[in-house]
Design a protein around this ligand. Structure first.
Ligand code: NAD
Ligand code: UDP
Length: 360
């Protein structure tokens, strides 16, 4: 089958959270990988961890996509068959404070990348988009036909990047792109060697919970319990990062087969509240997660979850890992690496961790 062919894949932002997990899935599939990353939000240490997982050195070029000359040189040094583009700044709060930096990094970087792809005749692109392009949805579950809208500058960059790519596909009939709209990626590789390692105070709920469990933070603040949801806390569609990683591999196969362009949601289709997540994490880790209910966070919406049926229909992809696996694997990564990539991997799962509860 054409889709089974081994390819040389440029993974922009491949040292980051989702990119590094996708590299393991690409390598497992037999693809050759070249990572390009400026390590603005990741650690070069991830490369040695990846090497341990895939059993071979992982090629990486340290570069900033905003540098047109650096990107041009990258495409001169390698013959890529396809590109997966994860490289972006992604913190919603920061994007309000530094909108120009977000536009420059995310959009200028993408323009340079697309220009070099075009010049080098690399016609296959898998792009990291986000459920954020749906803004405040009119209804759930959200399908790909839902109205698009943005509520923050980060989301606007994602929408503009989607539109840029769509325009390029229209302008050049040979160019093929898969636009993957992720819902809430969580969890980690089952080895515990790679995972999510946010700098500073985590913005997202799962890494925050992990750091509470590890004793790095006192308690979780739950942003509001007065939403029109079953228990009043916000509902999201959490998806295991390994399921997400596998979706990139099948999306690449789809593009290589020449089946056309693609815009799909990647989620489980199941909405989980913050309280449900906390309790699932407690069961999976055996740790208590103290929390307090505080005011709603600005810009948050009540419920966001996917209708993932299009991805199932077009790609034959569906999630395999449930909420328990998400929590278990997030906790394995956190407990083996209490300080993320700052320290060598701990040998055991326990250590300076919070009060433990009986596993259920
Ligand atoms: P991440 O920050 O862990 O990874 C992004 C990587 O890109 C980092 O290694 C960073 O150093 C690199 N990078 C950023 N700007 C760069 C530049 N100009 N040149 C070279 N490298 C650069 O983020 P992630 O969670 O792995 O997210 C990956 C992608 O998925 C992003 O595009 C993000 O917008 C999108 N996304 C993430 C989530 C999520 O919750 N994590 C949800 C939806 C969409
Ligand atoms: N949330 C929370 N406390 C936190 C971080 C997040 O209660 O410290 C809630 C947030 O209000 C939302 C859900 O957890 O209902 C998921 O938030 P996250 O930032 O992880 O993802 P996003 O809002 O981008 O979907």
């Amino acid at each position: 089958m054409a889709g089974q062919t081994t390819k040389c894949v440029l993974v922009c932002g491949g040292a980051g959270y989702i990119g590094s997990h996708t590299c393991t899935a690409l390598a497992e599939r037999g693809h050759r990988i070249v990572i390009a990353d400026n390590f603005a939000n990741s650690s070069p240490r991830v490369l040695l961890r990846l090497q341990r997982i895939v059993g071979a050195p992982v090629e990486c070029e340290r570069l900033d996509l905003r540098s047109k000359s650096a990107v041009t040189r990258l495409f001169k040094r390698h013959r890529f068959d396809a590109v997966i583009h994860f490289a972006a700044l992604k913190a919603v709060g920061e994007s309000f404070e530094r909108p120009l930096a977000y536009f420059d990094n995310n959009i200028s970087g993408t323009i340079n990348l697309l220009g070099s792809m075009h010049d080098a005749g690399v016609m296959r692109l898998v792009f990291s988009s986000s459920a954020t392009v749906y803004g405040d949805p009119e209804s759930v579950p959200i399908n790909e036909q839902a109205r698009l809208g943005v509520t923050n500058p980060y989301g606007r960059t994602k929408l503009v990047m989607e539109q840029l790519i769509e325009d390029l596909c229209h302008a050049d009939g040979c160019f093929r792109a898969a636009n993957l709209r992720y819902f809430n990626p969580v969890g980690a590789h089952p080895s515990g060697l790679i995972g999510e390692d946010p700098a500073g105070i985590p913005n997202n709920v799962m890494p925050y919970i992990c750091q509470v469990a590890a004793g790095r933070r006192g308690k979780l603040s739950i942003f509001g319990d007065d939403y029109p949801t079953p228990d009043g806390t916000g509902v999201r569609d959490y998806i295991h990062v390994m399921d997400l990683a596998r979706a990139h591999v099948v999306a690449l196969d789809y593009l290589v087969r020449g089946d056309g362009n693609l815009t799909v949601n990647l989620g489980t289709g199941r909405g989980i509240s913050v309280l449900e997540l906390v309790h699932a994490f407690e069961r999976a880790s055996g740790c208590s997660i103290p929390y307090e209910i505080v005011a709603r966070r600005r810009g948050d919406v009540a419920e966001v979850y996917a209708d993932p049926s299009l991805a199932r229909r077009l790609l034959g992809w569906r999630t395999r890992l449930d909420l328990h696996a998400m929590c278990r694997d997030a906790w394995r990564w956190q407990s083996m690496n209490p300080d993320g990539y700052q320290r060598p991997t701990a040998k055991t799962k326990s250590s300076p961790l919070a009060s433990r509860k009986t596993m259920t």
